[in-house]
Design a protein. Structure first.
Length: 214
């Protein structure tokens, strides 16, 4: 059981945790910040560096996380209701089943409604231009990679067709051909799951080109 269940770290203790975490990140000893189940309601964590920290089930209601660095932090089931996330870095943060208000979700969402032109890089560096129809559900987690319920292939650049071996995109190998619609094997409606089931894409061509297909 976590030592923080039902407990709020004092300002001095929180400072110690952050300093130890900084040393851990730099490889100079210290200790990873593990604040599982901690009560951090209203905490001022402005600019705090919590890269890779564990905040599972932490209560961050009304916490101020302005400019906080939460890259790769584990926030599974954390409560972030009314938390201030202005300019917080949540790249690759794990937000599965985290409690976020609609306003907070709006800050994280980068996807407009309506028809959307999108880009995807497939195996072998093949680039695919997609149209995400207005009626296709779409989501993004905390980064720039997005997912859609289905997509129409407008153009394939670099080959006759594009291929991915992602099972989330069609049960083995998904094939992208101009003029065809691509539908995944299923759709994961949990926006916090970046690599969930759906057609993965980027909004800009440059982002798709920079992505390393593995």
């Amino acid at each position: 059981m976590s030592q923080w269940v039902g407990h709020t770290p004092t300002p001095d203790k929180m400072r110690d945790v952050l300093e130890a975490h900084a040393r851990w990140l730099s490889g100079e000893g210290g200790a990873r910040a593990v604040l599982t189940d901690a009560v951090l309601t209203g905490a001022d964590l402005t600019g705090a560096v919590l890269t890779g920290a564990v905040l599972t089930r932490a209560d961050l209601t009304r916490a101020v996380l302005t400019r906080a660095v939460l890259t790769g932090a584990v926030l599974t089931r954390a409560v972030l209701t009314d938390a201030v996330l202005t300019r917080a870095d949540l790249t690759r943060a794990v937000l599965t089943r985290a409690d976020l208000t609609r306003a907070d979700r709006a800050r994280l969402s980068i996807l407009p409604a309506g028809d959307l032109i999108a880009w995807k890089r497939c195996a072998g560096g093949v680039l695919v231009k997609l149209r995400i129809p207005a009626d296709a559900r779409r989501s993004n987690a905390t980064g720039r990679k997005c997912r859609a319920e289905f997509a129409d292939v407008l153009e394939v650049i670099g080959a006759v067709e594009g291929r991915t071996d992602r099972t989330v995109e069609g049960g083995g190998v998904a094939i992208y051909r101009a003029g065809e619609r691509v539908t995944p094997d299923s759709w994961d409606d949990d926006w916090c799951v970046e690599c969930g089931h759906g057609i993965h894409f980027f909004i800009t061509k440059e982002e798709a080109l920079a992505w390393s297909y593995r």
